[in-house]
Design a protein around this ligand. Sequence first.
Ligand code: ADP
Ligand code: MG
Length: 302
Amino acid sequence: MSIKVLGVSKLYGQQKALDQVSFEINSGEIVGFLGPNGAGKSTMMKIITGFIPQTSGQVFVNDQIVDAEAIDIRQQIGYLPEHNPLYLDMYVREYLRFVGGLYRIDKIKDRVEEMIELTGLQIESSKKIGALSKGYRQRVGLAQALIHDPSVLILDEPTSGLDPNQIVEIRDLIARVGLKKTVMLSTHIMQEVEAICGRIIIINKGQIVAEESTQNASNILHSTEIITQIELSKTINSSVFKQIKGINEAQNIKDQIWVIRSQMDVRQQIFDLAIKENFSILSMQLVEKTLEQIFQEVTQKK
Ligand code: ADP
Ligand code: MG
């Protein structure tokens, strides 16, 4: 077991950011840590890396307990913090040598060159960090997380704020280095984890709400019901909706407002039906469910 989190809670003053969180990540896994903003992802990652203490519970990395005194465990953990705080005035090489020095790495110069090559920083390697694009700064962030060859990588929203091309490049890089490491990466975007993670852990409001293989999670998401809310110009009988294939349920929630549950997007069919049945549609919208809602529903059904 590379990462083991046991009943971890974290209070910021009165606010509970993490509530009895437990999970395990095996060696060699790439796990996506998914959840909306404010769910507690960064807090959990800061605790795993030993940057802040938990209020209660325990964390183990490579079977060693992580706490404020366990400085040596940091040799085994690479961490890309959320806002990737870099020294903007430093040159890329200067910065990486500085970080390597903190880990007392032998042959620092060679190691820095290896990292520059691995993360594709060659053409930008003579610049100051402040002069780099966000995508290249993320590469520097990854290079500093990897420089001491940790077995465990904790990446907090590694692709946030990047453009689509940069996202693909950083993703590929993570998938490549992840072949030989245990990786936990946080994101609030499902597509992110579908591409590279074998498993996902979903957190919401400080609690774990689901753990699934990525394959299962994708299946669940793609098979989930679509909800459409419509407001009509007149009262109709619910049997009218039976004419549309794929509608599971049409529920009249109040006056002429209906909630339609279907297997696919039926908005076009509803428009056609309105013409045929001679009613007007005053409004129609898809009700987007959050990832958490979907998984909560599914896990409750189990
Ligand atoms: P995420 O990374 O999933 O967006 P965070 O772990 O950053 O979530 O935050 C979880 C909750 O804890 C949020 O409600 C946030 O406002 C709160 N929080 C985070 N850091 C602090 C802090 N240093 N002091 C007080 N509250 C905090
Ligand atoms: Mg965060």
